[in-house]
Design a binder for this molecule. Structure first.
Ligand code: PNS
Length: 165
């Protein structure tokens, strides 16, 4: 049978425990998962694409069927060109839904062979977002419960430096 590849796209600026949970669960459902770090031309990220990729590689190093790649263009094109069968997204609350629903419909139109699969977030991660992590870290707050331990210090150091001065 053909290997089933799923993609997990996002900004991951930075990756949180919520993202990691979705990646781990996707890795159990599919043969292979590629986490796609988006390069958004309209949004200047806090962490460069290289930094975001490096952090995801670090926190997923123990999951053999996960790899990380950058997404420079349309998600639907990447999915088609790489033969992925699914786009996996995490859903936190109803507030996520409208935007995610719209993206899922557009992606279905652009790439009818792939399915968007929504995984409902763990209750503990309902409130988590990269922007909240950035905000807390920039004021020197404790983000240890929000991001993987391995990258926590790196994020704090980086964001504290950014807001100094
Ligand atoms: O973490 P985010 O910011 O919610 O992720 C959004 C992302 C990266 C999944 C979305 O912006 C995306 O797919 N970007 C790639 C460009 C694209 O395909 N746009 C049309 C999607 S409807």
């Amino acid at each position: 049978m053909k290997e089933r590849l799923a993609v997990c796209p996002g900004s991951f600026d930075p990756v949180t425990l919520g993202h990691l949970d979705i990646m781990q669960r996707a890795a159990k459902l599919f043969d292979r998962v590629t986490v796609l770090v988006s390069i958004n031309r309209d949004k200047v990220p806090c962490f460069s694409a290289e930094e975001r990729i490096e952090m995801i590689k670090e926190v997923t190093a123990d999951i053999p069927n996960i790899s990380v790649d950058r997404l420079d263009g349309l998600l639907a094109d990447y999915v088609r060109d790489n033969g992925a069968c699914a786009i996996v997204k995490g859903l936190r609350a109803m507030t996520d839904f409208e935007y995610e629903f719209q993206m899922a419909l557009i992606n279905k139109k652009l790439c009818p062979d792939a399915e968007t699969v929504f995984l409902v977030t763990k209750e503990d991660n309902m409130y988590l977002s990269s922007s909240m992590v950035r905000e807390v870290a920039s004021f020197g707050g404790d983000i240890s419960g929000f991001v993987p331990e391995r990258i926590s210090e790196r994020i704090v150091k980086r964001l504290l430096n950014k807001t100094k001065g």
